[in-house]
Design a protein around this ligand. Sequence first.
Ligand code: F6P
Ligand code: MN
Length: 288
Amino acid sequence: MQKNTDPKLSELILFFGEHGKTIKSGFLKSQDKAGTRNIYGEEQMALDKWADDVLINGLRKTRLVRYIATEEQPGIIEIDNPKNQFGVVIDPLDGSSLIDVNLAVGTIIGIYPGNVLNKGENMIAALYILYGPLTTLTLSTGNGVCDFVMDEKGEFNLTAQDIKIPDAKIYAPGALRRDYLPAHAKFIADLENDGYKLRFSGSFVADMHQILHKGGVFTYPGFKGKEKGKLRLLFEANPIGKIISDAGGAISNGKTNILAIQPRAIDDITPIYAGGKKEIRLIEKYMS
Ligand code: F6P
Ligand code: MN
């Protein structure tokens, strides 16, 4: 309300807050594997599917959006007779391989005015809900990045606004060192020589929350045999990319701003470098 957000968009953001609370309540029910794999070949947890169902069913019922694409679904879902034209991209439970060891995982969401096969820079809002010791919601509608913390009543209270990424020596490097490509190897060697400390949990959303607040850089690069990397352009890179960029940082595939890339398919993957502008400039220099 303070930022004069379109009331229809506010209603949708509140929907995700409300359903984040439901997802959070699921962790006590199961920490098991589902026995299936998603379209990327990753083992699904029962909670991956459950969180996906919670959000899709809720969006079908409320008809708050027209298009839904999620990391767990093979195609774009179109809602009959929608109230709004919004399109949403969802990673229902990022970092879910950490559920059984009780580390932080999260729900990542990007909101478009319509079509979801769209450049990240056209997103009108992005948010993630992080289920850690606290449940937090981090949001950007392009008017400053805000953090909210869920209280005992399940309501999200504003705790920080206009968050800006600080300058710090933290790095979160994905992939195997033996598979590094030359420019990436040089980049990592520079960070290490410069005293960057290692912080990689295996949960992109949790690692990026740390980078947002403490500074540094996350990377899941392209590597030997998988030059396009591992993480998803629509569901992971773009929403987190909007938040980190709105906080004064940047996101790149090593060559160009990820938010400016036109996706070709909903399951596109991309190398990722996300964090402080200084670090992003360095990898882009090495890759050019
Ligand atoms: O969603 C994919 C994901 O779980 C990210 O959250 C995380 O950063 C990455 O994969 C970890 O990959 P790996 O297990 O290869 O280190
Ligand atoms: Mn994920």
